[in-house]
Design a binder for this molecule. Structure first.
Ligand code: TZP
Ligand code: MG
Length: 221
């Protein structure tokens, strides 16, 4: 590890909602069980319409429903794609991809206090540029095949190792992560594990998944 980089904190879990939520009350109940089961640093509200774009109405409804609960558990609410909506909803932050808007513009919209995350896929250069433009974290992936997002590019562990050794900006690993395949990402240096289907589709339920992820993270720390 480079001398000027402080030791990394324990890797934390970063939940992402399923792309569609039909029953918001049922989702809120499942989420509460999951938050009760173990540490969740943040919850990204990532809801897509039939056109693949952000479902604004659903994002509003779900965010308003879970906001107080997330706050009570110390879980930051991050809105996907739309800085304007993140501001309107009083969220803790926003996550933008290259197809959404430039990181610099997103920072201008949200101001200096909100969290800004940026997708960097498999590119250290995109990640560095995002950091220079004001991102608070960068997301690398997809590390494993995923059905949650179409058109992902494969990323490999060396990227996490490089980032951990040379950069201070926190990084998120994403894409097809489950309790069973997460360990190498943690060892390679991911600061956060961003997980959707690996939690919501866990055979024993979301709470069991969050518990198991935290047990794994504790064991690797
Ligand atoms: N970006 C890259 S992979 C991915 C996103 C949003 C999907 C994450 O969901 P899952 O179900 O954990 O693979
Ligand atoms: Mg996006």
């Amino acid at each position: 590890m480079a001398e000027n980089i402080p030791p990394r904190e324990r890797t934390r879990l970063y939940l992402i909602t399923p792309p569609r939520i039909d029953d918001v009350a049922e989702f809120a109940a499942i989420l509460e069980g999951a938050l009760e089961a173990g540490d969740v640093a943040s919850l990204q509200i990532r809801l897509k319409g039939a056109d693949g774009k952000i479902d604004v109405a659903a994002t509003r409804e779900v965010t308003e429903t879970v906001m107080a609960m997330a706050q009570a558990y110390g879980t930051a609410i991050i809105i996907n794609d739309s800085p304007e909506l993140a501001v309107e909803l009083g969220a803790d932050g926003v996550h933008v991809g290259p197809e959404d808007m430039p990181v610099k513009k997103a920072r201008e919209i949200i101001g200096s206090d909100m969290i800004l995350g940026a997708t960097a896929k498999d590119s250290r250069h995109a990640a560095m540029a995002a950091g220079e433009q004001g991102a608070d974290y960068v997301a690398f992936g997809a590390f494993y095949p995923t059905e949650t997002k179409a058109g992902t590019v494969p990323a490999d562990l060396e990227l996490l190792e490089f980032w951990q050794e040379t950069m201070e900006l926190p990084c998120v690993a994403i894409g097809g992560i489950t309790v069973d395949n997460a360990a190498p990402l943690v060892t390679a240096g991911a600061d956060f594990l961003a997980v959707s289907s690996g939690v919501w589709n866990h055979p024993e339920g979301a709470a069991a998944a969050v518990f198991a992820f935290n047990a794994l993270l504790d064991s690797l720390h």
